[in-house]
Design a protein. Structure first.
Length: 471
């Protein structure tokens, strides 16, 4: 089984070689960060090969049990290491240009890193290598963000027009990624699925991102980037709108309810700030996601069965839409169930009989919600951070994140540029996602670091960077 995994991981090695060739030609900050995002996106792309393997079930099970193999790990370490070294060289050249606010940020990030490591030392568990790996990932995320931020002090101009062809290529690749997702759900080839209380299996796609929640998380970040481009770069509205639609399709087929709803929350909160600042509320980014999902559901549930002789596959696609639609009601029922349990316990204290509220919320919903916060396999990144570093490490990070968000609101109030508003939305989305998924795993921490870089750079020098983005 290990040989099969290493064989498909050769795809990852070829990808890294290709990206090294790109870096051999261009080593500016934009290219380095772009290559980092591309690699994070395609890091688990080798898992797609398992879909056509003769031992598909065995290979996929081994992959998701053990994660990436040795070749994938070495490839990731090599690529990220080279990018950090090149960013470090640029940061060293630009260091004399840094302003007082940059020095404050440097000191703040270093203090947070020290606090996290100190918290780890007070809570270290003998032989727990996963705990050490989690802490190293958080430290790497902060270090990467700091080095990349310091390397952006130069006068480079980001020309959107020159990157138009890359955008077109990206849309084509995204279309292929979504085709893989559709294939997974339509043919029941997805490894991830949820058995509903009615006995129906709901299949969820991972595509090239290895995990449905990671797929939805990544698509949400792309959606935010395209939403910014839609409002800021009028000449490329069609391309940006296409990216938002493709992102919506990806979120739908991932079945990641947390990604879809947290994306809407992260979009609406900064947009509401625009109203407070006397600016016009931008509605389109808030409408594309739900309207695209509704169109897919209507097509799969009603249109396709009427025009095709078989409804096989289309029913599974429609189930994903129902999964999103009933999520708010299910969450409310779960809350009512918990309140009911409290009432039942209070009622027993005065001599009453226990009241059973367990039927208020379906079993799979209870497992889905509580599984993120309970047990060794918990998904909530914030709880994992507490488990690894204690209150000292967690408290320091929460204080720093709260300060960063407050700074973003202050910058948006003073200079409500769209770049500042969307940077705040992306950062808010990443922080909220920490309640439902681990940001200690790769490539999630890499994506978070890229959002941190953009936020720090834009908010520390908004006029300078805003003037460098043209197109």
């Amino acid at each position: 089984m290990g040989a099969n995994i290493n064989l498909v991981e050769l795809i990852n090695v070829l990808l890294v070689i290709f990206l090294f060739l790109i870096l051999n030609r261009r080593r500016d900050v934009v290219t380095l960060l772009f290559v980092s995002f591309v690699y994070g996106t395609l890091h688990f792309g080798f898992s797609v090969a398992a879909l056509v393997s003769s031992d598909r079930v065995g290979v996929m099970a081994a992959m998701h049990l053990n994660g990436g193999g040795v070749l994938a790990g070495i490839s990731a370490l090599s690529l990220v290491g080279v990018v950090v070294v090149l960013l470090g060289k640029l940061a060293y050249k630009q260091f004399p240009l840094n302003r007082e606010v940059d020095r404050i940020l440097i000191l703040s990030v270093l203090l947070v890193m020290v606090a996290i490591f100190t918290g780890y030392l007070f809570n270290v568990q003998d032989g727990d290598w996963l705990q050490l790996k989690n802490v190293i990932s958080i430290e790497a995320m902060l270090a990467f963000s700091l080095i990349a931020f310091l390397s952006m002090s130069g006068e480079q101009v980001i020309d959107i027009d020159r990157g138009y062809m890359w955008g077109v290529v990206g849309l084509l690749v995204f279309g292929a990624v979504n085709c893989i997702a559709v294939y997974e759900v339509f043919t029941h080839s997805s490894w991830a699925g949820t058995m509903s209380s009615t006995g129906v299996m709901v299949y969820r796609a991972s595509s090239i991102l290895f995990n449905p929640n990671l797929f939805g998380y990544w698509a949400s970040l792309v959606y935010l980037g395209c939403a910014y481009g839609l409002d800021e770069h009028k000449r490329h509205r069609k391309m940006m709108l296409s990216g938002m639609v493709l992102s919506s399709v990806a979120i739908y087929f991932s079945g990641s309810r947390s990604s879809g709803y947290l994306l809407l929350v992260a979009l609406f909160a900064p947009m509401a700030l625009l109203l407070l600042f006397g600016k016009r509320l931008i509605w389109l980014p808030l409408m594309v996601l739900p309207m695209t999902m509704l169109a897919i559901y209507v097509g799969a549930a009603w249109v396709a069965p009427h025009f095709l002789t078989s409804a096989v596959g289309w029913h599974e696609i429609a189930l994903l839409g129902e999964r999103f639609a009933v999520a708010p009601v299910q969450l409310m029922n779960y809350g009512l169930m918990k309140i009911g349990h409290v009432i039942s316990e209070l009622y027993q204290l005065i001599g009453g009989s226990p009241i059973d509220f367990s039927q208020v919320s379906p079993r799979e919903i209870v497992e889905s919600i509580e599984g993120r916060f309970v047990g060794e396999g918990r998904d909530a990144g914030w709880l994992v951070l507490y488990q690894d570093t204690g209150w000292f490490g967690l408290g320091t990070v929460i204080l720093s994140v709260s300060g960063l968000l407050a700074w973003g609101v202050q910058v948006c109030a003073a200079k409500p540029y769209l770049s500042n508003v969307y940077a705040l939305a992306a950062l808010l989305f990443c922080m909220l996602s920490g309640f439902v998924m681990r940001f200690q795993i790769f490539p999630v921490w890499l994506f978070v670091s890229l959002v941190l870089v953009a936020s720090l750079a834009l908010w520390s020098r908004p006029e300078t960077l805003a003037s460098r983005i043209r197109g």
